[in-house]
Design a protein around this ligand. Structure first.
Ligand SMILES: Cc1cc2nc3c(=O)[nH]c(=O)nc-3n(C[C@H](O)[C@H](O)[C@H](O)COP(=O)(O)OP(=O)(O)OC[C@H]3O[C@@H](n4cnc5c(N)ncnc54)[C@H](O)[C@@H]3O)c2cc1C
Length: 415
């Protein structure tokens, strides 16, 4: 039976969900509070990364997190403040940061990211999609033996999971990037990873959805959800009531605010990241993460993007000059010839990653509500997991056999 479905949030997760629901013939509307031209899904590093097998919640991130937490220049910064939802999130993060959680998460992350890559391939083959999509892999550049050793362990894990990855020496780096100097002692090379130029994908997808009958309503904030006997009757914007058979909540870092209206406690924090586009030619051809600095460098279509930091400081898009300068200086530290103009730096943008405390997304129905599916909390992996998330949501909605086991993604899971 074809249904009327309203998707709240038109970031990458909302668009991919609309794509698969539309393919199955449903009547789909996306509602977004913004003009849908900027934000997290536009400023990210564009990686499709099965290599990131270790979830955000791990013994190493807990150790580093505690060390870095209150240092405003560090890759992970938690702004000190008394806030109950932050304290609950931190407690759940600490509890989830165990080896058993890491071991359980590795196959889950592998399956959802590989399925996503396959689906991006399928989409790219359609004549309506011209977005930049490259399969050059991802380098992890290391300046210290300590990080090189830790990369070597990650390569072993990747290879034992069937992914293409290897360690590379300083002279290998020269062959991979012959036209720009890299100051690193070596690194790892995950050939399994792909990359894109995010705004091109978003733009192609919006155009495709509109021309295939999906209604997109922008600048409309959903402020309330009316629920009766476990069923959403309608959702409200400032001056309108919106009715549908089913609703999908893909509101990124804002999802928990709407989930509250359903009495659903969705632990979620906004993890701010910054992104700078270098418009002059850089000669960088292969994406790289600067391991010690946790900065991502991506050669995109027509520019090179440097992106980084995870700043847990509430919902705001404020730009910290100190953190932007840190990203710029760290990038130059690894690529000494990199010329980053002040105009590029002044055009820095920020985005909020929706971060769950265990580093796994929330995908599925909640027991609080029969006609709502939740798809959020993908943190630093939303781009890598988006197409599979959209497909799975469409399968849940149609009560079909699921392409992946989603038990660990339950929005009702306890931490
Ligand atoms: C610097 C940076 C680099 C990153 N790099 C990568 C990467 O290389 N690879 C990767 O896999 N991931 C990466 N990510 C993460 C990825 O970008 C996110 O996980 C993903 O974009 C989240 O998508 P989303 O659709 O859930 O949220 P969003 O893109 O935030 O979309 C949510 C939408 O909901 C709308 N909304 C919110 N509340 C309401 C409301 N009440 N009513 C109506 N609309 C509402 C918002 O306006 C927004 O458009 C990166 C993120 C950052 C910040």
């Amino acid at each position: 039976m074809k249904k009327k479905i309203v998707i709240i949030g038109g970031g990458i997760i909302g668009l991919c969900t609309a794509y698969y629901l539309n393919e199955k013939g449903h009547n789909v509307t996306i509602v977004d509070k913004s003009d849908m031209n900027s934000g997290t899904s536009y400023v990210n590093a564009g990686y499709l990364s099965p290599s990131h097998l270790i979830p955000l919640a791990s013994p190493d991130s807990l150790k580093n997190g505690l060390k870095w937490m209150f240092d405003s220049k560090s890759p992970l910064y938690i702004k000190p403040r008394f806030n109950l939802s932050l304290l609950n999130w931190m407690y759940a993060f600490a509890k989830s940061s165990s080896n058993s959680h890491v071991n359980k998460s590795i196959p889950l992350i592998k399956d959802i990211t590989l399925l996503s890559q396959k689906l991006y391939d399928e989409i790219k083959q359609k004549s309506d999609f011209n977005f930049h999509y490259d399969k050059k892999g991802l380098l992890m550049l290391c300046k210290s033996q300590k990080y090189l050793d830790s990369e070597s362990k990650l390569v072993d894990i990747a290879v034992s999971n069937g992914l293409k990855a290897k360690m590379v020496t300083k002279s290998d780096l020269k062959k991979i990037e012959p036209n720009i100097k890299i100051d690193a002692i070596g690194g790892s090379y995950f050939k399994c990873d792909f990359h894109t130029t995010p705004n091109e994908f978003m733009s192609d997808m919006k155009k495709y959805l509109k021309s295939n009958g999906v209604k997109i309503i922008t600048n409309t904030k959903i402020t309330d959800i009316n629920i009766k006997n476990g069923i959403i009757k309608n959702i409200n914007s400032f001056d309108n009531k919106i009715y549908a058979d089913e609703f999908v909540l893909c509101a990124g870092s804002w999802s928990n605010l709407l989930a509250k209206k359903l009495n659903l406690k969705l632990l979620l924090q906004a993890g701010k990241g910054y992104s700078i586009n270098i418009l002059d030619k850089t000669n960088i051809t292969t994406p790289a993460i600067l391991s010690e600095a946790k900065v991502a460098v991506t050669p995109m279509n027509g520019f090179t993007r440097i992106a980084g930091t995870m700043e847990i400081a509430g919902i705001n898009k404020n730009i910290s000059k100190e953190r932007v300068d840190t990203i710029v200086n760290l990038s130059k530290n690894y690529y000494p010839e990199l010329n980053i103009k002040s105009t590029d730096i002044n055009n820095v943008s920020s985005g909020l990653r929706p971060v769950s405390p265990d580093g796994l997304p929330y995908i599925g129905r909640s027991s609080k509500c029969d006609n709502l599916i939740i798809a959020t909390g993908h943190a630093m992996m939303g781009w890598s997991m988006a197409t599979a998330t959209g497909l799975i949501v469409s399968e849940i909605l149609e009560d079909k056999k699921l392409s992946l086991n989603i038990q660990s993604y339950s929005p009702d899971r306890k931490f």
